[in-house]
Design a protein. Structure first.
Lengths: 336, 568, 307
């Protein structure tokens, strides 16, 4: 299994390199990073513009710049992945891409982590219920709710949730939910309970929004695989042997039915990252999603490359973990 | 829409500011928590840096973030009058010599005796000198690696003499600067002036260009612990918000508020909910948004004002297109365009008092305002007039297609960026031009700067931002050698007037030259101004006192942050 | 899915009424199962009506999606403009038809393109296995890593005419075929060891023939389901891109773009906010139900469970 893991990780390197080249080229052709600066009013002097071009290595060709981004050889010491530098940002010399990503990673992890845990829990419960009560009213209701969640654009749903949160606050006459920001500077130095309330107020709505997207598809998968397992011979056999229904479900069926879900969840990480971009915009969180949008807006190649590297590694790792979990959970599968 | 692509145009405001109070105030219950006076005020985008001199930091959002922190020598007021900051100044700055023929153009500024930084160090003429050097083009040799966004005024200065609280400025030979009083005011490149003694404290010698460059980088990269205004920053970052509390060493009248939180919010779609929910007390958004305005007007405790802002929309023609080189065709095109229709459909609902822009540089309230479009058919949408202009010039309609000597006129590329206002506008222009037989194909772009400088358009709509300081405008827009004169207009007389305006010794004569240049430009049908985009402002009228918009200033409503108060 | 249509049943005269369910061809069984899936059938009818509205409607409606000087600003629904007008002077009904049309065009193009490319790619990789498989699946990984929005930003900024519907469709397709390829490869991996493939190989059939004639038809179930769901995914992707200003650009219009620009108009001009939103949710909802019905119909094991 170790050999397999190592082989997979080594195999991922060329994938990352090719993906980074593809992205680099796409960003590069997508426009002039200094276009906005050139349009400024009054206009900056030509010397300043030239200096900015040199700072961003725009005076070099695209392949040279890619090489520079990877190795940092011939750069000013602020670039070169192999030297731990992410490169200069179009958002100014004071904007450090590496530390920004690190800081925002924590913000996004909080959001994604909470959303995934809740989504997974709810998906398993509702999937199992749906499967056990197939074609019941409850099953239809859960199915419909799931499909509705799958059918709504994230930003649209987020807007509705914000309005609903405000209505709820007005009803109870207290500010239970906040609609913007993560409130990081709000409850500093206050009692722990207040800090918790503050964090809850700011996290609740975006977490619900992000959660619902994954919940919908996961619960469908859980329902399907649960149905399959319940129909399999060994569950029938267990039943035939006279084991209690409850025990069969918990000890045998559910465990097996969870296996496909691990894969789906791992692969779904990419989708959650996309969802987080929109959620962070609507709720004004300064996480990696917002980082990405700002970078796109500013034609910030090196920032985007840093983001891509991180999300690429996350996606690859998630897939690897899914495969490994598969082997752990399903004794029939072996990697050598 | 979400994309905001105008942050770098450090917009002050158009000279006219008709403050239209259309808000409904009163009602509801404002609460005051525990005696502490706190306000949450939205900044409409992320500040790019901690100071505004650099390319990355040059936005109104940085300026607003620094409100109450950065000391400045003066500022334009909401009523378009200029006011010196007499907290900071000992006396109004004096012009020593205003005639460049009699020696160098020269003035002096003296800071108030009791003016101190938040660490107790006195403000001196040295602060002004160092701020000037930090804002010069690196070619001048004062500051290595600095990237000031608009160094023109700083680069005119030859030398600065410091004597205690006084700094005396001399311009280079033969130069004059009609905007001399503005070098360290709220509208300047830096938005004020910096504490020079902090360079020394950090071990940098300000007269060594490399070390001054390090000071420059430090100023832009570090959250200012220092302050020269009624407040100081106690917490925050460049991504989420800043928190300000009173500056204990402020020597002026004590600010009424205890604490101001300024969250950065890029999405106007969130304003109404956050306001109703009590999370924010108000904002001065950068973009006009009809629905947000209308919704806020229905909220009982919201005071909303809408007025003409700094950015004005205009239609430009590319003279490099052979067909469009004919002035009669251009006149006909501009005549067919109905400016009032465009303005009304864009702004009529939220701002029914809009006015068309008849002067490229001065707003209707400016003392220098002259109506350059009086009696002019351009922009009226008069199709008959447009058709007769074309007929007189020998153009013929072949079916629905306009031709000259049997050759089809157009189709032209009608371009702009993808914003609601511009979309509406170009679609209307398209249908208006169709009525005189000209086909215009709409092509939107994301990269306005690139498109303009590559001259990849025939007709384009975009915006310039105006400012109470106008003397460089004619030069930037119409001088044949200007990098921003995208359509390739060239006229020796206009060139000369533009140069004179930038080098005039006072604002009055600069305005005269600018108006003369416009008088020549208008009949040439090169640029058709439409109107200034309105800006809105909203605030919690139950809680806030003494808060109102200032469209003359980049600070907007925060221009008098030291006087903000809570009701009751 | 492992059971294969026998040559005998395929040759049966379709006009002849079949009473005995054991005699039904597989296709007929699936059809009947699908027809009995009530939510799916209702959804299919609703979707067909929406498509009719989007594609045929414009021929019978006087206004299209562009600005007209004759159309007054900001009229609430009623009279000549049943769904009202925008500030600029659009007829909202005309916009809605065009928007739905463009959205459906994007979604189905994405689904079609990704399914063709993805299933060929996945089947080829799965059939050959080994190094070919490893290489082809690494390529798939690349497309799973590069974010859709980067491509969208790149292309939206560069196409001279702004992003047209086919450009948007192409961008989304480029980044969604990879998921289909994965699904198909998985199915083909398990199919290729089965006897009928062995038999075909032994009788000298070429690899492309085996893939197209034997493997893909047997993987049809999962492919059809994935392709259906991709339609809904593409619609939402386009909506998200529009919200960020990277989708279809004006003067052309899509439902996502209408929702995005009317996001602040909920209470002030609800006629701009609700119609495109409801229509978009309806389209996605019906497609999901259809996908569900297809899944049930194609996978006999699921429908058998009755307790």
């Amino acid at each position: 299994m170790l050999v397999y893991t190592v082989r997979r990780i080594i195999g991922a390197i060329p994938v990352l390199i090719l993906a980074s080249i593809l992205t680099f080229v796409m960003i590069d052709v997508s426009g002039d990073p200094l276009a906005e600066v050139r349009m400024a009013q009054p206009p900056p002097s030509p010397e300043v513009l030239q200096q900015a071009e040199e700072r961003l290595y725009l005076d070099r060709s695209m392949p040279e710049r890619y090489w520079l981004w990877v190795t940092g050889i011939g750069g000013n010491g602020d670039i070169g992945l192999l030297q731990g530098e992410f490169g200069p940002s179009t958002q100014g010399p004071q904007y450090d891409i590496g530390s920004n990503i690190a800081e925002r990673l924590w913000t996004t992890l909080r959001l994604i982590g909470a959303a995934m845990v809740f989504a997974l829990g709810l998906a398993i419960i509702s999937g199992v219920i749906s499967a056990l009560r197939q074609y019941s009213k409850l099953d239809y209701t859960l199915t419909f709710v799931g499909f509705l969640a799958l059918a709504m654009p994230t930003f649209w749903f987020a807007g509705i949730m914000q309005a609903a949160g405000v209505k709820f606050n007005q009803l109870v006459g207290e500010q239970v939910f906040a609609t913007i920001g993560d409130g990081r500077f709000r409850a500093q130095g206050e009692p722990l309970w207040d800090q918790f309330l503050n964090a809850f107020a700011h996290m609740a709505l975006p977490t619900i929004v992000l959660m619902l997207i994954s919940f919908a598809s996961w619960s469908r998968y859980q329902r399907t695989s649960m149905l399959e397992v319940m129909n399999s011979d060994y569950v029938r056999l267990a039943r035939a042997k006279g084991l209690r229904n409850h025990t069969v479900i918990r000890r045998h069926a559910l465990r097996t039915a969870l296996i496909p879900l691990t894969t789906v969840v791992a692969i779904g990480i990419a989708g959650i990252i996309d969802g987080a971009i929109l959620t962070e915009v609507v709720f004004q969180w300064r996480g990696l999603g917002d980082f990405f949008i700002t970078a796109v807006d500013n034609n910030d190649s090196y920032a985007l490359m840093g983001w891509l590297l991180l999300s690429g590694v996350v996606v690859i790792l998630a897939n690897l973990i899914a495969d490994l979990l598969y082997a752990v959970l399903d004794p029939r599968i072996r990697y050598e | 829409m979400f994309k905001r692509r105008k942050s770098l145009a450090l917009a002050a405001a158009a000279t006219s500011a008709v403050l239209v109070a259309s808000g409904c105030s009163g009602g509801g219950g404002g609460e005051d928590e525990g005696g502490s006076k706190e306000v949450t005020w939205v900044i409409n985008s992320l500040p790019g840096a901690w100071q505004a001199t650099s390319l990355a930091g040059g936005s109104v959002y940085v300026i607003q973030m620094l409100s109450g922190i950065l000391p400045y020598t003066g500022q334009w007021q909401p009523d378009a009058t200029y006011e010196y900051n007499m907290d900071v100044l000992a006396e109004e700055p004096t012009l020593v010599n205003e005639d460049p023929d009699e020696g160098p153009f020269e003035w002096s500024i003296t800071l108030a005796d009791d003016a101190v930084w938040s660490d107790g160090e006195p403000m001196t003429g040295e602060d002004l000198r160092v701020t000037w050097m930090l804002g010069t083009n690196p070619e001048e040799g004062y500051c290595a690696g600095c990237d000031p966004r608009a160094s023109t005024s700083n680069d005119k200065v030859e030398s600065v003499e410091v004597d205690g609280k006084t700094a005396t400025f001399q311009l280079k030979e033969g130069l004059a600067d009609p905007e001399w009083m503005g070098l360290f005011d709220a509208h300047s490149q830096s938005g004020g002036f910096y504490p020079a003694h902090l360079a020394e404290e950090n071990g940098w010698d300000v007269d060594n260009p490399d070390e001054l460059g390090e000071f420059y980088a430090w100023l832009h990269a570090e959250r200012p612990e220092w302050s020269g205004g009624p407040f100081q920053i106690v917490d925050g970052d460049l991504e989420n918000e800043v928190v300000k509390e009173r500056n204990p060493n402020w020597w002026g009248e004590e600010a009424p508020l205890d604490r101001i939180t300024m969250p950065y919010n890029t999405d106007e779609g969130t304003f109404v909910n956050a306001f109703v929910n009590g999370e924010i007390d108000g904002a001065n958004p950068a973009d006009y948004s009809e629905d947000v305005i209308l919704q806020l007007e229905d909220v009982a405790n919201a005071e909303v004002t809408v007025a003409e802002g700094a950015t004005w929309e205009h239609i430009d023609i590319n003279l490099n297109n052979e067909q469009l080189a004919d002035v009669e065709l251009r006149r006909a095109i501009f005549t067919a365009i109905d400016r009032d229709d465009i303005a009304n459909r864009n702004f009529g609902a939220g701002y029914p008092d809009y006015e068309l822009k008849n002067n490229h540089v001065f707003g209707g309230d400016s003392p220098y305002y002259v109506d350059h479009f009086e009696g002019e058919s351009q922009g009226t949408g008069d199709i008959d007039e447009a058709t007769s202009i074309l007929e007189d010039a020998g153009y013929e309609l072949d079916g629905d297609t306009l031709t000259l000597d049997g050759e089809e006129i157009g189709p032209f590329r009608l371009r702009s960026t993808d914003s609601t206002v511009r979309n509406t506008s170009v679609q209307l222009i398209q249908s208006q031009l169709a009525e005189i037989g000209i086909t215009a194909n709409i092509e939107m772009t994301d990269d306005l700067g690139g498109m303009l400088s590559e001259k990849e358009y025939d007709i384009v709509q975009f915006g310039w931002s105006g400012s109470p300081y106008f003397t460089g405008n004619a030069n930037q827009f119409w001088h044949s050698e200007s990098g921003s004169n995208f359509g390739g207009y060239s006229n020796d007389e206009v060139d000369e007037l533009a140069e004179k305006a930038i080098n005039a010794s006072d604002l009055d004569s600069a305005a005269e030259f600018t108006n003369e240049a416009m008088e020549i430009i208008v009949p040439e049908a090169y640029v058709l101004p439409i109107m200034a985009e309105p800006n809105y402002f909203f605030a919690n009228s139950d809680r806030l006192v003494n808060v109102h918009d200032n469209l003359q200033s980049s600070y907007r409503a925060t221009y008098n942050i030291g006087e903000w108060d809570i009701a009751g | 899915m492992s059971e294969n249509a026998t040559p005998g049943s395929a040759r049966r005269d379709p006009a002849k009424k079949v009473k005995d369910s054991a005699d039904r061809t597989q296709l007929q069984t699936i059809m009947i199962r699908f027809l009995r899936h009530r939510p799916a059938m209702i959804s299919l009818i609703v979707l067909a009506l929406i498509a009719l509205f989007a594609f045929v409607g414009p021929f019978f409606w006087m206004w299209d999606h562009t600005v007209y000087r004759e159309i007054p600003s900001n009229q609430p629904p009623g009279g000549v403009h049943p769904l009202g007008t925008s500030a600029a002077g659009h007829d909202v009904l005309g916009q809605l038809m065009r928007g739905a049309q463009q959205t459906l065009k994007v979604a189905f193009t994405v689904s079609l393109l990704s399914t063709i490319v993805g299933s060929m790619w996945g089947a080829t990789a799965g059939y050959y296995g080994g190094r070919v498989d490893a290489f082809m699946m690494r390529v798939v990984d690349i497309f799973l890593i590069v974010p859709l929005l980067v491509a969208a930003a790149a292309i939206a900024g560069n196409t001279g005419a702004g992003a047209s519907w086919y450009a948007i469709a192409l961008i989304i397709a480029i980044f969604s075929w990879a998921t289909i390829a994965r699904v198909v490869r998985g199915v083909v991996l398990s199919l290729r060891e089965q006897e009928f493939v062995e038999a075909a190989r032994a009788s000298g059939a070429s690899a492309p023939w085996i893939i197209i004639r034997h493997l893909l038809p047997n993987a049809a179930g999962p492919i059809i389901v994935a392709a259906t769901l991709l339609v809904a995914i593409a619609i939402l992707a386009e909506a998200g891109m529009s919200f960020l200003g990277l989708g279809i650009q004006l003067p052309d219009i899509s439902l996502g773009q209408m929702i995005g620009s009317a996001r602040t108009a909920v209470s002030t001009r609800p006629w701009l906010f609700y119609p495109p939103g409801v229509l978009l949710v309806l389209i996605c909802l019906t497609i999901n139900f259809i996908g569900d019905g297809l899944r049930d119909a194609l996978d006999p094991r699921q429908t058998r469970v009755r307790r």
